[in-house]
Each structure stands twice: as structure tokens, then as C-alpha cells.
Design a protein around this ligand. Structure first.
Ligand SMILES: Nc1ncnc2c1ncn2[C@@H]1O[C@H](COP(=O)(O)OP(=O)(O)OP(=O)(O)O)[C@@H](O)[C@H]1O
Ligand SMILES: [Mg+2]
Length: 303
């Protein structure tokens, strides 16, 4: 269904710019050389008002790898992506991209850094009044002075890489949710980013589309020499796909390492998460007034 990695690499016409290829023994991150980390949070803190979202988060995103960022809903995964992308600034600690502190960049610096990142937003968000072609062309028109002929070539190459070259003239209302996700992916890689951040790329996909999407993320990562961060709730597919897994819980990193290392973690939150247990440290309820205040004394009314 999709082009092979070699075809994708050829269609992008670029060489692998990944500078460090870590062998299995290098997965012990404490021994990894600095250059093999593309993005990093060091003791990052972030709150909305007096609500602490990230209390003390330190994590690394190894260059050239697929990193999965997982954790309970509302735990701050999208927030981490927004810190790396510079859409939000951490109140404490550091957020590094290729050694630069994203939180301290001025507007020009941020613009330059963002051009090196592609983002697949949590809620798809294609421009509904633009065709598939124009959606993918959008960042090229925004960020480059490419001629119309070159824009066409790049757009068709990116659409080809996601298997949708033939759908260029369709409008978003004429394609399926899975196809829309692939168009959004083509748009995210339009500017040849070094880092692609996928916020829940599998949500709402059927098992076949989900497997295909995961394969595509892997192929693009390896063929283009990208670094990928995938936020996902799909445990099985994500553990199969990822080289490095980070589990976020209660404002801190509960575990990070290879999928096997994380699976073996004895941390109660990680245990609850990787075994999909309904009870454990992860609360079901968003913080709020206690039940008696909203429902009256116990037994006072039907539940
Ligand atoms: N703009 C905002 N203003 C106030 N609070 C916010 C805002 N955006 C997010 N939050 C809160 O921050 C917390 C973390 O949100 P975030 O979107 O990072 O979670 P998440 O891990 O991505 O969740 P999900 O898996 O449901 O997407 C949530 O509890 C949310 O209520
Ligand atoms: Mg989210």
C-alpha cells in the first residue's frame, strides 16, 4: 500500500542526517553522548494558574529514534509537545532542542527552531476550505519562496510518501478520517523537519489503518533520518513501534527506557498504565468539589 523506505528516501532526495546511530548498549541514556539527544526537558515545571501540570519533568528524546510519550489523559503530554515546540514556556527548568533552550529564544529564534519541527496536531485540523494539495502546500507557501513548480513537486512527493498523490484534488470533506490523518502527516513533513511530533496519530483509526499509520511513522522516521515523538494511548501498537518509551504521571516521568525496560517497571503508576488497570494511582476524576457538596449527603438522592 505504501512505498518502501528506499522509495520514500529516494522521493525525498535527501540523505540521512542522523549523526549518531546508537547501538543497543547505548540505550543506557546516562552513557549516551550529548549529540545523540535531539530534545530534552531538564527539571521542567509548568502550571496553568495554580494548577501544576508538570511538577519536575526530565526526559530525553534520542536523535533518529521513535520516542513514545504516554500517560493518563490530562497528564500533560500535549503540554510537553507544546513546550518543545515553543508554543508554551516552562516556568522552571530547561527545554532544549538541539542544545538550544527553547524557552529563552526570541521570536526570530523560535521561528527558526519551529521550521525544523513538524507537528501533527491532536485533532487533525486540516483547513476544510483548502484541497488536499493546498493543505500540504500551506507551510511551503508560508515559510519558503519556492516557485509554484517547486511547490508542486514537493507537495506531490510528500503526498506520494503517504500514498495519497492521487487524492490531491479532493477536499477534506471528501476523504476518510484515516486519509485526513495521512494528509496532515504529509503537511507536517512538508518542510523536511528534523523532529516530527505526532499527537495521538492513531485515535479513531480501525486496526488496519492503525497498523498502516504506525508503519508509515516508522518508515518515514528511518528513511528520512527523522526523530519522532508519538503521543498515543494505544499500548500494544506504540510499544511495538517505539524505540524509547516515556510514561508521564502525576507531573513527573514515572518511567523511561526501552519498551521492555518500561514494561518491567515496578512503579505502581506504570504498572497500572501498562496493564491497563482501572484502579491504581491514576485517578478517574478531574479534581473538583467533593461529592457531598455536589450531590448532597450520601443516600440523600439517587445516583
Ligand atoms: N489552555 C489551558 N488552560 C488551562 N488548563 C489547560 C489548558 N490546556 C490544558 N490544560 C490542562 O492541562 C492538563 C494537561 O493537558 P494536556 O493537554 O497536556 O494533557 P494530555 O496528557 O495531552 O491529555 P490527553 O491524553 O487527554 O490529550 C489538563 O488537565 C488540562 O485540563
Ligand atoms: Mg493531549
Amino acid at each position: 500500500m505504501f512505498a518502501s523506505s528506499a522509495t520514500i528516501a529516494a522521493s525525498f532526495g535527501r540523505t540521512n542526517h542522523c549523526t549518531a546511530t546508537a547501538g543497543p548498549e547505548a540505550l543506557n541514556l546516562s552513557r549516551m553522548p550529548e549529540t545523540s539527544i535531539l530534545a530534552e526537558l531538564r527539571n521542567a515545571t509548568f502550571s496553568y494558574g495554580d494548577r501544576d501540570i508538570l511538577r519536575d519533568v526530565s526526559l530525553t528524546v534520542p536523535r533518529g529514534k521513535v520516542t513514545a510519550l504516554m500517560g493518563a489523559s490530562g497528564g500533560g503530554k500535549t503540554t510537553v509537545l507544546r513546550l518543545i515546540g515553543g508554543q508554551q514556556r516552562a516556568q522552571g527548568g530547561e527545554v532544549l532542542f538541539d542544545g538550544q533552550d527553547v524557552g529563552r529564544l526570541d521570536a526570530a529564534g523560535l521561528y527558526a527552531v519551529r521550521r525544523r519541527m513538524g507537528m501533527l496536531f491532536q485533532f487533525g485540523a486540516l483547513f476544510t476550505d483548502l484541497s488536499v494539495f493546498e493543505n500540504v502546500a500551506f507551510p511551503l507557501r508560508e515559510h519558503t519562496d519556492l516557485s509554484e513548480a517547486l511547490v508542486r513537486d514537493v507537495v506531490l512527493m510528500k503526498l506520494h510518501a503517504v500514498g495519497l498523490r492521487g487524492a490531491r484534488d479532493l477536499m477534506p470533506s471528501e476523504i476518510s478520517g484515516g486519509m485526513a490523518r495521512r494528509v496532515a502527516l504529509a503537511r507536517a513533513i512538508a518542510l523536511d523537519p528534523e523532529l516530527v511530533m505526532y499527537d495521538e496519530p492513531f485515535a479513531g483509526l480501525d486496526p488496519i489503518s492503525l497498523g498502516t499509520a504506525a508503519q508509515l511513522i516508522r518508515q518515514l522516521n528511518d528513511a528520512m533520518g527523522l526523530t519522532s515523538i508519538v503521543v498515543s494511548h494505544d499500548l500494544e501498537e506504540t510499544f511495538r513501534l517505539a524505540d524509547h518509551v516515556i510514561i508521564l504521571g502525576a507531573g513527573v516521568v514515572a518511567a523511561q527506557g526501552t519498551p521492555d525496560e518500561v514494561r518491567a517497571s515496578t512503579d505502581p503508576l506504570v504498572h497500572q498504565f501498562v496493564n491497563a488497570l482501572p484502579t491504581g494511582p491514576v485517578p478517574f476524576h478531574y479534581p473538583g468539589p467533593d461529592e457531598a457538596q455536589d450531590f448532597g449527603p450520601a443516600g440523600g438522592r439517587a445516583r
